[in-house]
Design a protein around this ligand. Structure first.
Ligand code: NDP
Ligand code: GDR
Length: 350
């Protein structure tokens, strides 16, 4: 019998952390997660998979800590002794990183070094996944791949570039299995409410429910390569199962503007954009990333990973979910896409 694998996830309570935990539990892993103490509950994305540790069936364990606290990180990595560490924890909001650049550098940048150091000091054979980002490409001309130069355009992106290089440095300097997944934007019904896709689908649901009249947004011209989070956490797992540590771009290979997203979402529910969308300067960024589009050829060739959910599918999946949450009747095309493309899906609640 093969031994049960143990994984530690930072950022367990976030969009990706919650799907990844579900995927790893489904694969039979024992899952450990770093969570922050908050004065209100911050576990809504993982409540449905949480089992009280007194229960003999419990396979997921939570550990209080913070990426700014190296002592606790050292303790957790030493005591848990995981086989794999998925480092997803970060101050992940690009616009917010302009307001709190130092904090973002500490958590999104130095947080990675704290984990890498803890691994190096405890057991160097632990496999490490770094949540790198297409934001690192910033001002580089699309399409972007593993060879594209980084041109970071925000404190967040600068912190991620630092983390990317630290992962590579520990791979080369200490022979550690440290890999970067350079993931392009990926969304889902669990996406944080202030990222643009979720803000739009949730905003439209509120308008339909008669709670709001307008949706206030910033730059509608920017283009992104948007995919579906559950598929992207599968890529993270595949990256750590590869024969050797390496860096991989993960994306769909398509790009669309915020305007395209609005068109698709408003037409899905039969509303008029002009009647409901207003521009507010406060959502613009001091420096913008104009266009991102992945060239994901390497991940398809080496990992066998390819996105199934298209841009149009994604909008429908997110609209159905937010309309359901608002107590509205749902068009249902998003639900159909999920069952057609995934059959028996491994994630439960959305
Ligand atoms: P989220 O913002 O949804 O989740 C971030 C997670 O990090 C949360 O669990 C949050 O905890 C945790 N966190 C934040 N600050 C700290 C801290 N100081 N100490 C410990 N934990 C902390 O991000 P996503 O799930 O969308 O993304 C996961 C990772 O992938 C992030 O690193 C992100 O930067 C990166 N990424 C994301 C992409 C995307 O399109 N989603 C694309 C490329 C990279 P809490 O719940 O308490 O706030
Ligand atoms: P991004 O995602 O910055 O790409 O980072 P976000 O959804 O915040 O912005 C995408 C684009 O939409 C424009 N935009 C707005 N954005 C927000 N949040 N709110 C608005 O009202 C609004 N109006 C227009 C932005 O200017 C931008 O061009 C996400 C995060 O998940 C990162 O952690 C991750 O690394 C990258 O994706 C890949």
């Amino acid at each position: 019998m093969t031994q049960q694998k143990k994984a530690l996830i930072t950022g367990l309570t976030g969009q990706d952390g919650s799907y990844l935990a579900e995927l790893l539990l489904h694969k039979g892993y024992e899952v450990h997660g770093l969570i922050r103490r908050a004065s209100t509950f911050n576990t809504s994305r993982i409540d449905h998979i949480y089992v009280d540790p007194h229960n003999p069936n419990a396979q997921m364990y939570l550990h209080y800590g913070d990426l700014a606290d190296s002592e606790q990180i050292n303790n957790i990595i030493y005591n848990v002794a995981p086989d794999e560490v998925y480092h997803l924890g970060a101050q992940s909001h690009v616009r917010v990183s302009f307001d709190i650049p130092e904090y973002t550098g500490n958590v999104t940048g130095l947080g990675t070094t704290r984990i890498l150091e803890a691994i190096r000091r405890s057991r160097k054979d632990i496999r490490f996944y770094q949540a790198s980002s297409s934001e690192m490409f910033g001002g580089a001309t699309p399409p972007q791949d593993e060879e594209t130069q980084f041109v970071p355009r925000s404190p967040y992106a600068c912190a991620k570039v630092y983390s990317y290089w630290m992962a590579k440095n520990y791979r080369e300097g200490y022979n550690m299995f440290a890999s970067n997944g350079i993931l392009f934007n990926h969304e889902s019904p669990r996406r944080g409410e202030t990222f643009v896709t979720r803000k739009i689908t949730r905003g439209i649901a509120s308008i339909l429910a008669g709670k709001e009249k307008y949706l206030y947004l910033g730059n509608l011209e920017a283009k992104r390569d948007w995919g579906f989070s559950p598929e992207y956490v599968e890529a993270m797992w595949m990256i750590l199962q590869a024969d050797k540590p390496d860096d991989f771009v993960i994306g769909t290979g398509e790009t669309h503007s915020i305007n395209d997203f609005l068109d698709e979402a408003f037409s899905y529910v039969g509303l008029n954009i002009e009647d409901h969308v207003r521009i507010d300067q406060k959502y613009f960024r001091p420096t913008e990333v104009d266009a991102l589009m992945a060239n994901p050829d390497k991940s398809e060739k080496v990992l066998g990973w390819k996105a199934k959910v298209t841009f149009e599918d994604l909008v429908k999946i997110m609209m159905d979910s937010d309309m359901r949450a608002a107590g509205l009747e749902v068009p249902g095309e998003g639900d159909e896409i999920i069952s057609k493309k995934f059959g028996e899906k491994w994630w439960k609640k959305d």
